[in-house]
Write a protein that binds this ligand. Structure first.
Ligand code: FAD
Length: 392
């Protein structure tokens, strides 16, 4: 068994193989030199220096997992069952692709001093002193990463301006009426949010917007999304999708025999939502590997069709989302969205398909189970936040 990519999905795949009884060799190959680590703390405690690191608490040696770190995979030859790496070819019986995603760069900023991304431990370590120095920071992109970074930077006492091309934060992730409720969070924290603002030019110390506005910036942090890290698979014959992701089937198998894909680098068909999903969240990198291990080892194929889940900690709020709201025919609010705690539910034919809970973890837990069950709800009972979420 060879697993490429030593992030959450790769590590969990190796661990799940052992948990499910696999006794053969497991080799985990990762490009980064660091002991495998978790990413969510990078925009939270690690950035603020309240945690030193976020290495996974996994004893690879005692599990008999061979780690090859600082070793980049360069290509796959499925017909030969061989992976090509910087350190030479590695033969496999079964290969799992778990190379995650890479942040999208802002055109024209490569090599410009003071421009940062936030994906890796090295990125977070470079940003730590920037926060500690209480610099003036311009954040490009009001998505999940931009919001979390702005939160940490405000907490550290930095002056923060967030520049967003769309007319609201999280424009790619949430419907306008929901995302609009989050706009005020920026100002409440003391960050300035400039929506409808396009970056024209970045030079050391300065960000110039398309309308001519010039923003002084000791540092610029770009958080405009991520793309599957699959460039290295070009020419392998393994099918890639429109977003560059590995196209996996319902059992997380790729188009090549004995090659699976999991985590941020792969999309899979969801019968539950009638759509192909490309999920860039932690829970998917935790759940998918168990299915891969079961399918590698078991006789009967196991289908992967989860209710996607993620959380975000921003501006003092705990935001949680479960499901997939595209295709919903009704939106129901629970609680006042101007208050610290509220939930929005999406229904389709009276069945809960997704919910977003702000400071209401119980709604999230109950809602997630209801989405999984697919049972009908009583929409009339939903708006009262004092009543538990339950089926009709
Ligand atoms: P990755 O974590 O990207 O791991 C892939 C690994 O593969 C990397 O180490 C990479 O170096 C390696 N690799 C890539 N190419 C090669 C190659 N050719 N050869 C060898 N190795 C290679 N999700 C949430 O739900 N909630 C959160 O609060 C949250 N916070 C986040 C904060 C930050 C700063 C970031 C960056 C992400 C956050 N996420 C969060 C998302 C979550 O961390 C990811 O979904 C998860 O890390 C995906 O795991 P993965 O293993 O698929 O990919």
């Amino acid at each position: 068994m060879v697993v490429v990519g030593a992030g959450m999905a790769g590590v969990q795949t190796a661990v799940a193989l052992r948990e499910q009884g696999y006794t053969g060799t497991v080799t985990l190959i990762g490009a980064e030199p660091h002991q495998p680590y978790d990413r969510p703390p990078l925009s939270k405690a690690v950035l603020l220096g309240t945690a030193e690191g976020s290495a996974f608490d996994v004893d690879f040696e005692s599990l008999g997992i061979e780690l090859r770190l600082g070793c980049e995979a360069l290509g796959v030859r499925p017909a030969d069952h061989e992976l090509d790496t910087e350190a030479g070819p590695v033969p496999y019986d079964v290969l799992v692709l778990a190379t995650g995603a890479q942040p999208i760069r802002l055109p024209g900023t490569e090599g410009v001093p003071g421009v940062h991304l936030l994906r890796t431990l090295d990125d977070a370590e470079r940003l730590r002193p920037v926060l500690a120095a209480q610099h003036r920071i311009v954040v490009v992109g009001a998505g999940w990463i931009g919001a979390e970074f702005a939160t940490a930077a405000r907490e550290a006492g930095c002056e923060v301006t967030v520049v967003e091309a769309a007319d609201r934060p999280l424009a790619g992730a949430l419907p306008a009426e929901v995302a609009a409720r989050m706009t005020a969070w920026y100002a409440d924290s003391g960050a300035e949010l400039r929506t409808g603002a396009r970056v024209e030019r970045v030079e050391p110390g300065l960000v110039e917007l398309a309308d001519g506005t010039r923003l002084a910036a000791d540092a610029v942090v770009v958080g405009i999304g991520a793309r599957p890290a699959t460039g290295w698979l070009a020419g392998s014959g393994i099918e890639l999708g429109a977003d560059g992701e590995v196209v996996a089937d319902a059992h997380l198998r790729t188009s090549a025999a004995d090659v699976y894909a999991v985590g941020d680098c792969a999309s899979f068909p969801s019968a539950r939502y009638g759509a192909r999903l490309l999920v860039h969240h932690w829970d998917n990198a935790l759940q998918g590997p168990r299915t891969v291990a079961a399918n590698v080892l078991g006789e009967l194929p196991v289908t992967y069709d989860p209710v996607p889940y993620f959380w975000s900690e921003q501006f003092g709020r705990f935001v949680q989302y479960a499901g997939h709201h595209a295709g919903a025919d009704r939106t129901v609010w629970r609680g006042d969205p101007a208050s610290p705690a509220w939930t929005v539910c999406w229904l389709r034919e009276d069945r809960l398909v997704a919910l977003l809970a702000v400071g209401r973890p119980r709604d999230l837990a109950q809602g997630r189970r209801l989405i999984e069950s697919g049972r009908r709800m009583d929409p009339a009972a939903l708006p009262d936040p004092a009543r538990p979420l339950k089926d009709a």
